[in-house]
Design a protein around this ligand. Structure first.
Ligand SMILES: Nc1ncnc2c1ncn2[C@@H]1O[C@H](COP(=O)(O)OP(=O)(O)OP(=O)(O)O)[C@@H](O)[C@H]1O
Length: 600
């Protein structure tokens, strides 16, 4: 067991994690109080019933007084009505609070997780997080909504009935009370082990869900490699593991229930036998024994129900623990408490000064090793270098997905760590290699970079990005559904949507990761035209894969093994005959060879 798991196991031996739900409950104080009030009212009316029964047996029936019996039956009806109304209201308030709290938790966890820095997502599977949002949240809902109220009602009933038992017959009660430790201690022990096992089952389920999400998301790749049997086997094994864990948890709960009922009813039967002897001996009235009997049945069934929901509450404790763990996760990258303002408007100078960086998930390998360069406002700089040199890492650091281990990165002379995160990212537009298209309309996808943008603004960005023409040809134009639940766009179309997004954002700094996949000649021309438009009059840093791009750049930075190893224009670098010349020959293929031929 890893240290982390051990810690989790240790902390999962109590109901304490449920206390983490308190702040949420406090938000709905009034509703909670109302629920508590009706809960108590329903319990008290239930507890009043046996009193009526005794009086009826001892007075009404013994003396065959019809008027007395009628009066009592009328009272019973009133009691039943109070019980019915208060039970209905309790149900309404309790379930509503449960739903409300879980909606709040879901929103908060999602808000929090979506703001965590990418370092978190490097080591956590997205499917597992989604499973926590759905399965764990649902468990909390049933706990807060149902189990907690059942538990509370039964605690009130149990104590109330026990009090009334003592009032009815102290002697019989002493015997019952003596049996209680025998009943309660084993239950507590069992309850703990149930909770531990439930957490294990939920963990296994989350693992299975994570794998399913990954595999279904990559269905094409899986099918292309005939990977379905392997994926099915892996998912099947994960589901079976989850089942095994759930069965172990269920077995523990079943034993818990059985043991509880045996202990409780065994003790009651023993005590009643003694009571029956007392009635025969004339030391106890039949009505009193009846009353005692009813109270002990109420106390026992409350205990029985309590032991059942106890397990559920423990499960919910596990779920609350897992969700609050997510909420306690602190983002590695945060806005400073007192952010420095950036100049308005931002000019767009980007400096790297002796930047060292290792990914938090791979600290042993330094990705950037003292990287320094400066990009002037409005300049276009192309970054080239072999695979794994650290080019994408540079982009991640400019966007402040991670902070450098040492050295600093500045925008217009201000260290990125001193600037508000949102303010920084407002100044940067990115066109990534793999464009994410969200499910929604084309309009929404372009306006993603500027929510609330007008239709005119979106259309003009699409025009500038050479995307308007293909959008106009779609059946519903800008309102066409794309992404997961809509049509699929081609590689070139996706890129132009991404460029339109960047044009609409109109930020002073542009990060452009050129697609490596070859587009057909027509798309290529269109994408190039769109990019030319986008790069106009702003600082552009481009991870270049095309000859046309490096030729147009004001300067080329050659990055290798986390450092800038050469700088200059295409021509000067070719003449140096270093890494760039070699890369250019390989990377830019025929285009470069033509160029080299021309240069000679
Ligand atoms: N999220 C990550 N976590 C851990 N290591 C990473 C992560 N992303 C990249 N790396 C590692 O950091 C190094 C630099 O990667 P980077 O993606 O910056 O290279 P690149 O020059 O962009 O390569 P390519 O041209 O192939 O995209 C590589 O060794 C890579 O394995």
């Amino acid at each position: 067991m890893s240290e982390n798991q051990e810690q989790k196991a240790k902390s999962s031996r109590s109901l304490k994690p449920l206390a983490r739900l308190n702040p949420y409950l406090m938000r709905y104080r009034r509703m909670a109080l109302a629920a508590l009030l009706f809960l108590a009212l329903a319990a008290v009316t239930t507890l009043a019933l046996p009193l009526a029964v005794r009086r009826m047996i001892d007075h009404g029936m013994a003396s065959a007084d019809a008027g007395f019996i009628n009066k009592y039956f009328a009272m019973l009806i009133v009691l039943a009505a109070i019980m019915a109304i208060s039970s209905a209201l309790r149900y309404y308030y309790v379930i509503t609070i449960g739903e409300r709290i879980v909606s709040d938790i879901r929103r908060e966890v999602f808000d929090h997780v979506s703001r965590l820095s990418p370092a978190f997502f490097d080591v956590n599977q997205s499917g597992e997080i989604v499973s926590r949002l759905t399965a764990d949240a649902t468990q909390i809902k049933s706990a807060v909504g149902a189990s907690a109220s059942v538990a509370l009602r039964n605690i009130i009933m149990c104590f109330g009935a026990m009090g009334m038992m003592i009032y009815t017959s102290p002697k019989l009660s002493v015997m019952v009370l003596a049996a209680i430790p025998v009943i309660v201690f084993p239950l507590i022990g069992f309850g703990r082990s149930v909770r531990r096992r439930s957490r294990a089952a939920q963990d296994k389920l989350a693992e299975a869900a994570a794998f399913a999400g990954e595999s279904i998301g990559a269905a094409r790749t899986v099918q292309a490699f005939n990977g379905e049997p392997a994926a099915s086997a892996r998912y099947g094994a994960a589901v079976e593991q989850a089942f095994d864990a759930a069965r172990v948890a269920t077995r523990a709960r079943a034993i818990l229930t059985g043991v509880a009922i045996t202990l409780v009813f065994g003790s009651i039967v023993g005590v009643l036998w003694y009571g029956a002897q007392s009635v025969l001996a004339g030391t106890l009235s039949a009505g009193t024994l009846g009353q005692f009997l009813l109270y002990s049945v109420i106390a026992a069934s409350s205990l029985g129900q309590l032991s059942e929901v106890w397990g559920e509450l423990m499960q919910a404790g596990g779920a609350a623990e897992r969700l609050t763990e997510l909420l306690a996760e602190i983002s590695a990258v945060r806005s400073p408490d007192h952010p420095k303002p950036l100049p308005a408007p931002v000019r767009g100078e980007v400096w790297f000064e002796g930047v060292e960086f290792a990914y938090p998930s791979r600290l042993e390998r330094t990705a950037l090793k003292g990287l320094s360069f400066a990009v002037d406002a409005g300049e276009t700089v192309a970054i080239v270098g072999p695979s794994g040199a650290g080019k994408s890492t540079i982009f991640s650091l400019i966007l402040r997905f991670y902070d450098p281990t040492s050295g600093r990165i500045c925008l217009d002379g201000t260290d990125l760590r001193d600037v508000a995160l949102e303010g920084l990212r407002e100044q940067i537009a990115i066109v990534p290699q793999d464009v994410t298209i969200f499910s929604g309309t084309i309009h929404d996808n372009i306006a993603f970079s500027r929510p609330g943008a007008s239709r005119e603004a979106v259309i003009s960005a699409a025009r500038a990005a050479q995307a308007a023409e293909f959008i106009d040809r779609l059946e519903h134009g800008y309102d066409t559904q794309v992404g997961e639940r809509g049509i699929t766009l081609s590689g070139g179309q996706r890129q132009r949507v991404a460029i339109a997004r960047a044009i609409l954002k109109d930020a002073p700094v542009l990060l452009l990761d050129e697609a490596t996949s070859a587009l057909d000649a027509e798309s290529e021309t269109l994408v190039q035209k769109a990019l030319d438009e986008l790069m106009k009059s702003r600082t552009t840093i481009v991870i270049a894969h095309r000859l046309a791009t490096v030729l147009k750049a004001d300067r080329i930075l050659v990055v290798d093994d986390g450092k800038v190893v050469e700088q200059g224009t295409h021509q000067s670098l070719i003449q140096q005959g270093g890494i760039y010349a070699r890369l250019a020959r390989l990377q830019f293929q025929t285009g470069a060879q033509d160029f080299l031929a021309e240069a000679k």
